[in-house]
Write a protein that binds this ligand. Structure first.
Ligand SMILES: Cc1ncc(COP(=O)(O)O)c(C=O)c1O
Length: 425
């Protein structure tokens, strides 16, 4: 079947440009395809397969739930829903008291924004340019990257600010001497806009936009700016949540607690569609007496809750967050070696960034054809990762169960592909 003959749309692509692969299954850090291929998954498919492919415990948990209770409605309760909420609150840390369930990252962000607007009785939201928060209209308006402009003007009341992009500081500073202008600027913009923000939504580490790891002071400064204005701080943990950065949640690296935590992807590792919004007690208590004007037919779906509950137990039992923390430095060291192989190519510059098992190699100055060639070289080596030639990044986010040997072999093979595509040694 040619790509245009499939009776469904492929996402974020012209249909004639789609290059689908037929997935048949997988195990651990590997997935298999109908043509007999076995790929090393250095991107966790769409950043969601944190627990790895073919996890029997999660599959069996879904089956058991389907056999006992396969459908429910938002107003019903059952053990997996209660246990999952309790587990999420424990992971988020002291002070978090309620969970709102949904099906995806975009929905989690939509509902986080609605909760912030209801509680503060304000409308304005702040987010960053190099961000992705989802493809629904509200989440897309919060999004700052290339996916937003085609749908402008979007929803009213959203202000975007520059990023924490230390390799190309939007304020022209060096990290060693800057005053963290990227963070202090947010408070200044709040004042210039007349204050009164409902919320500020940030990815702890912007993922798909290049893994922009902030310095330690960034989140505490933003937290203080939110407090000064009375705005709620929303940590979009859809991509960074559940061990991706080596801790349960990305915000936990920096000692600044958000008010609301939307999450999805790694929550059930992709075995079922489920998202959640974890809400701090100081926000949640508003709804003790006021109506929560949010709701979804499939809120807290039984098989989603069961998959997520088992996934979180798998992370814990198999020490996957620790594995991500331990292998992070291995990943960056290997990427630095790749960068060194590309250095001799004149006119090209490289940057390596990362936290836990989330890392980027940025290549500046490579022609578009080299990025196309990189895609072909990776396919020939059966390596799956997130390559964005327009923005010059290759992003790595392998399943957290990957072994050190698999990781090293994978990045070295990536290095061969990169040298073949960009030139270099
Ligand atoms: C940080 C972040 N937020 C939200 C989303 C949207 O999640 P979903 O595709 O599940 O709607 C994504 C998806 O990539 C994401 O990376």
């Amino acid at each position: 079947m040619s790509d245009t003959e499939y009776p469904f749309f492929f996402t974020w692509t012209a249909q004639k440009s789609a290059r689908p692969i037929e997935l048949t299954g997988g195990q651990g850090a590997w997935f298999t395809t109908a043509d007999g291929g076995r790929w090393l998954d250095l991107g966790a498919l769409s950043y969601q397969v944190n627990a790895g492919h073919g996890n029997r415990r999660i599959i069996d948990a879904v089956k058991r739930q389907a056999d006992s209770l396969c459908l429910a409605s938002p107003s019903t309760v059952f053990p997996a829903k209660v246990a999952l909420a309790e587990k999420l609150l424990a992971l988020a840390g002291p002070g978090f008291s309620k969970v709102f369930f949904c099906l995806s990252g975009a929905e989690a962000n939509e509902n986080a924004m609605k909760i912030a607007r209801q509680v503060t009785r304000r409308m304005k939201m702040m987010s960053r340019y190099r961000s992705y928060h989802g493809a629904s209209m509200g989440a897309l308006t919060l999004t700052g990257d290339w996916r937003r402009p085609p749908f402008e003007p979007g929803i009213p009341g959203v202000v975007h600010v520059p990023d924490c992009y230390c390799d190309r500081c939007p304020f022209g500073k060096e990290l060693s001497s800057c005053k963290r202008e990227c963070a202090t600027h947010m408070g200044e913009v709040m004042k210039l806009e007349g204050g009164g923000f409902a919320g500020v939504i940030l990815e702890p580490v912007p993922g798909a936009n290049g893994v922009l790891v902030p310095p330690a002071e960034y989140w505490p400064i933003v937290r203080a700016a939110c407090d000064a204005d009375g705005a709620l701080l929303i940590a979009d943990e859809v991509l960074t949540g559940f061990g991706r950065t080596g801790r349960a949640f990305g915000f936990q690296h920096w000692g600044a607690t958000p008010d609301i935590i939307p999450c999805a992807k790694g929550l059930a590792s992709g075995y079922q569609p489920i998202g959640a919004v974890i809400v701090h007690e100081r926000v949640a208590k508003h709804f003790d007496d006021q109506m929560l004007a949010c709701g979804l037919t499939y809120y807290g779906h039984p098989t989603g809750c069961a998959a997520a509950l088992e996934t979180l137990q798998v992370y814990e039992d198999e020490g996957m967050y620790d594995n991500a923390a331990r292998l992070g430095p291995v990943l960056y060291d290997e990427l630095h070696l790749v960068a060194r192989r590309l250095e001799p190519v004149s006119g090209m510059r490289t940057f390596v960034r990362g936290l836990g098992l989330l890392a980027a190699l940025e290549v500046e100055g490579a022609p578009a054809a080299a990025w196309t060639k990189l895609g072909q070289e990776l396919a020939a080596r059966k390596l799956s990762l997130h390559v964005d030639g327009k923005r010059g990044t290759a992003i790595f986010a392998p399943p957290l169960c990957i072994t050190e040997l698999e990781l090293i072999a994978g990045i070295r093979s990536f290095g061969d592909a990169a040298a073949a595509a960009f030139g270099g040694t």
